[in-house]
Structure formats: C-alpha cells, structure tokens
Write a protein that binds this ligand. Structure first.
Ligand code: NAD
Ligand code: UDP
Length: 315
C-alpha cells in the first residue's frame, strides 16, 4: 500500500506517518513546512519505506499512490489567519489537486475536515447532520469556509467522478509535536505554565472545547480510511467537554506551576461551545477515545518540558 500524507510533517500528520509505517505502508510525506517541521519526521528518514517531499499542494503533484490522507492546511487560528488568502488557496486549489490526483490514479482520499465547519454552533453537541453557523466574512472564515468548500469538492468529485472519498470532521486534538508557538490553547497553556508565565485566557474562560489526544485520533483516521461502508462526514474527537478556565487550572495543577491566570479579549467569532456527537464513529469504526485529559496532558507536558530544555523556542 503506497500512501501519501499531505501535511505529513505537521503535528497530526507526523504521528499518522509513524503509524502507517508500523502498519507496513510505503509512506510519501508531502509538506511545504509552513507549520510542519522536518524534525517531526527526522526519526523516520532512515526507514526505506519513508519518503519526504517538499511541495505545496497549491501546485499539482504527479505521484502513483493508492491512498491519500489530505491534511495539508494550517490548523491554528494564528497561522491560518497569517495569510488568509493562502489558507483559502490551500483548501480550494490544494483539495482540487489532491482529488484530481485520486481521480487519475484511482486512489482513495481521506479529507481532514474540522469541527469549524459548524462555526459557533447553535446545536449542542454537534451531529454530522447539523449544517453549522459560520460567519462567511469574518477572520476565521478563510479556514471555516475553506474547509466547507473542501468538503463540497470531495462530495462533488465523488458524485461527478466517482472518486473514492472519506471525510472526517476533527475536533480539537492535542499532543506532542504541536508547535510551542502554535497559538492553540493546549500548547499555549502548557508552555506558559512550564515557563512560570501567566496563562492568558481569552474572554471569561466559560467557552468550551472537547480535547482529543492525538493517538486516539490517529487510530480513528486509519479506521475511517480502511472501512468500505461510509464516505462520511464522520465526527472524530473526544466528547469530554471542558471550559477553557477548567483547562487552565488543570494545566497549572499538572505542571505544578506558580503561573497565574489572566484574562484577555475574546477573538472575533470564537465558538462558545463545542462537543462532538461521536455516535456515528462509535458504530462505524468500533472506536472510542481512551486517553483522558489528565493522561494526555501529562504526556504533552513531558514533551514540551524536554523541548524547552533542548530548544530555544520563543513564544
Ligand atoms: P499542523 O499545522 O501541525 O499541520 C498542517 C501541516 O500542513 C503542516 O505540516 C503544514 O506545513 C502543512 N501545510 C500547510 N499548508 C500547506 C500547503 N499549502 N502545502 C503543503 N503543506 C501544507 O496542524 P494539525 O493540527 O496537524 O492539522 C492537520 C490537519 O487536521 C489540518 O488539515 C487541520 O485543519 C485538521 N484539523 C486539525 C485539528 C486539530 O485540533 N489539531 C482539528 C480539526 C482539523
Ligand atoms: N484560547 C485561550 N488562550 C490561548 C489560546 C486560546 O483562551 O492562549 C481559547 C480560544 O479563544 C478558544 C479556545 O481557547 O476559545 C480554543 O482555542 P484554539 O485556538 O486552541 O482552538 P479553536 O478556537 O480553533 O477551537
């Protein structure tokens, strides 16, 4: 099985490449290194079944593969808002290029969509049948609407060209190899707590998210790719819901930090509540996240502790 992972040098992509190699795949990892790092896959470079290609998905790529995990896209609000036009191009042109590749070579494509397609959800928890509440012209829309049109493209290539698609909507996922200066809440809080700096909670901290440990997610991604009965969309995430205030207190406790919590302005269109309904994934994939937040945060804290000792990371 020859498998292409776009965005393979990123946080989730690098864990996925690792698991696919362990499953016996030949893995072609494609990345433009915007938010991904060679160091995330450096330990795989010696494996004869692993190949790393610097490429931007906005440009077509001609390779022979059986499967494509399409993850290429910055995922943190800080990074996807850095160059919003590029984020839209990555989602639209990048997804067209990868679907076109799959059409030519007859490969199956799994698209990494997001809970952001639900926007600031008026339904709670979110099921796949909910169409969402997205501001089409806001600061987050380059990502939200980009991912929505990427889903549209997947389904149109499926209906029009019989491309074999799988679409998953990933909810907040965390773990080792997030960037220390990534801007996402788990890495921000852990890095601040380890440095004894204030943890900055945006808004009053009452907004909620449901955090999934990366190993649980990678297992579900493989399960979704390997099953033949459902194209999706399927929610993937951990339904345990926490306020951002609770997360801050937990990180401070687990790090044993003297950091304080301070409050900053809430960014535009920040979703108020988010929790996946994973009934479909449970039934289809016989899957359940097994890592609770304390365990997952513990492993993430260990990773950043080592990183901060060896790296000069500026946040
Ligand atoms: P990440 O930023 O670590 O990974 C994204 C990878 O894509 C990086 O390696 C980056 O360099 C690469 N990339 C970006 N633009 C590219 C381009 N134009 N061409 C080639 N490579 C490009 O983020 P992640 O958390 O690993 O997210 C991976 C995927 O999962 C993304 O598509 C993201 O939208 C989706 N997702 C992640 C989460 C989460 O909580 N982590 C939630 C929902 C969806
Ligand atoms: N957040 C925060 N402090 C930070 C980073 C994020 O309070 O240092 C909040 C953010 O406003 C949001 C939640 O944490 O309500 C999750 O943010 P993240 O960027 O991780 O993910 P997303 O908003 O895309 O779910």
């Amino acid at each position: 099985m020859r498998t292409l992972v776009t965005g393979g040098a990123g946080f989730i992509g690098s864990h996925l490449c690792e698991r696919l190699l362990a499953d016996g795949h030949e893995v072609l990892c494609l990345d433009n290194f915007f938010t991904g790092r060679r160091t995330n896959v450096a330990h795989l470079l010696g494996d004869p079944s692993f190949e790393l290609l610097r490429h931007d998905v906005i440009q077509p790529v001609l390779v022979e593969v059986d499967r494509v995990y399409h993850l290429a896209c910055p995922a943190s609000p800080v990074h996807y808002q850095y160059n919003p036009v590029k984020t839209v191009k990555t989602n639209v042109m990048g997804t067209i290029n990868m679907l076109g590749l799959c059409k030519r070579v007859g490969a199956r494509l799994l698209h990494a969509s997001t809970s952001e397609v639900y926007g600031d959800p008026a339904e709670h928890p979110q099921t796949e049948s909910y169409w969402g509440n997205v501001n089409p012209i806001g600061l987050r829309s380059c990502y939200d609407e980009g991912k929505r049109v990427a889903e549209t493209l997947c389904f149109d290539y499926y209906r029009q060209n019989s491309v074999d698609i799988r679409v998953v909507r990933i909810f907040n996922t965390y773990g080792p190899r997030m960037l220390a200066d990534d801007g996402r809440v788990v890495s921000n809080f852990v890095v601040s707590a380890l440095r004894g700096k204030d943890l900055e909670v945006y808004g009053d901290g009452s907004q909620t998210r449901s955090f999934c440990y990366v190993d649980d997610l990678v297992q579900a991604l493989r399960g979704m790719m390997n099953q033949d009965s459902e194209v999706g969309p399927v929610n993937l995430g951990n339904p345990s819901e926490f306020t951002i205030g609770q997360l801050a207190e937990l990180v401070i406790e687990l790090v044993g930090s003297s950091s304080a919590v301070v409050y900053r302005e809430l960014p535009q269109d920040d979703p108020t509540r988010r929790q996946p309904d994973i009934t479909k994934a449970r039934q289809l994939l016989d899957w359940e996240p097994t890592t609770d937040l304390r365990d997952g945060l513990g492993r993430t804290i260990d990773y950043f502790e080592t990183l901060l000792q060896t790296d000069s990371v500026d946040t």
